[in-house]
Design a protein around this ligand. Sequence first.
Ligand code: PMP
Length: 357
Amino acid sequence: MKVHNFSAGPSILPDVTVENTAAAIKNFAGTTLSLMEVSHRSKEFVAVMDEAIALFKELLDIPAGYSVMFVGGGASTQFCMVPYNLMAKKSAYLNTGTWANKAMKEAKLFGEVVEVASSKETIYNYIPKGYEIPADADYFHITTNNTIYGTEIKHDMDVNVPLVADMSSDIFSRPVDVSKYALIYGGAQKNLAPAGVTFVIVKDELLGKMDRQIPTMLNYQTHIDGESMFNTPPVVPVFAALQTLRWIKEQGGVSAMQKMNEDKAAVLYDEIDSNPMFKGTVINKEDRSLMNICFIMTDEYKELEKEFYEFATAKGMSGIKGHRSVGGFRASTYNALPKASVQALVDCMKEFATIHV
Ligand code: PMP
């Protein structure tokens, strides 16, 4: 039996994604060849790419006037592609953690970057509010889910400039009003596929406006025109993404994902809030992530942290250690994590308390 996979990423995928991809790696679409050894321009793989892009658009209800592309380089390459393609002189960023900082660092190569607000002083345990975005910024960048700190912006903002979002760790976890965004990007290795493919949704009318030369591979238009096949795409991750997208659709789409994620998170946050041995690191309930649930031992039981980790690990909990920069625990509850896994972790926490409290 598999252990309960709470890994923050790469992370749990639906069983059907793993099974179908494993089968295709042996014999892809009846070709008798492995998915890894056929041309990406074969009719069988072109059909995979076409269906993946179409389902991506369907499930997020992406309006006309937007393009969806799959590219390489991870979300980290998007930190530079976004300003390369959209920033003439000035951009604004909300500093909600490590990934936002890495994104800002790249944008600074292209001009002035305004940090509109930051929660750094309290180790990013809340989402700043009540800030002003300069009206002359070319875009405003947010990280909707902060994988390391367990905070999440769970609604679509109305802002005065084009909105860009890193949705690496919460894409497909809830319905998104894409019309409110200029661009959405993310690495696939949480809710979608193995690492290796990156998704980008962009409003077409925003492209082609920069005076600068953009290197071919870093220009969004290249990948739109090339239908995500300008260069050889990561075929295995794209195939796996298609299996996950079909699974999401079968489960009832992103609204069904949201409901399941809210149910799972409520069970775990309730235990964190009521068990005397544990406390959440994100106090403000509206800022609490439904994807990465971070908690620590209360002061009285602090010295039992290592013991709880070993206790839970022995009971089959995997990947619950907090990020090395914050410590404590982090249980990632992505779309594919069954509620039974959350219940198993909660049972561990209850049992540990009956021994020690
Ligand atoms: N943004 C967020 C929110 C992330 O969680 C991560 C990776 N964990 C990244 C960006 C970086 O993604 P990649 O490794 O695909 O470059």
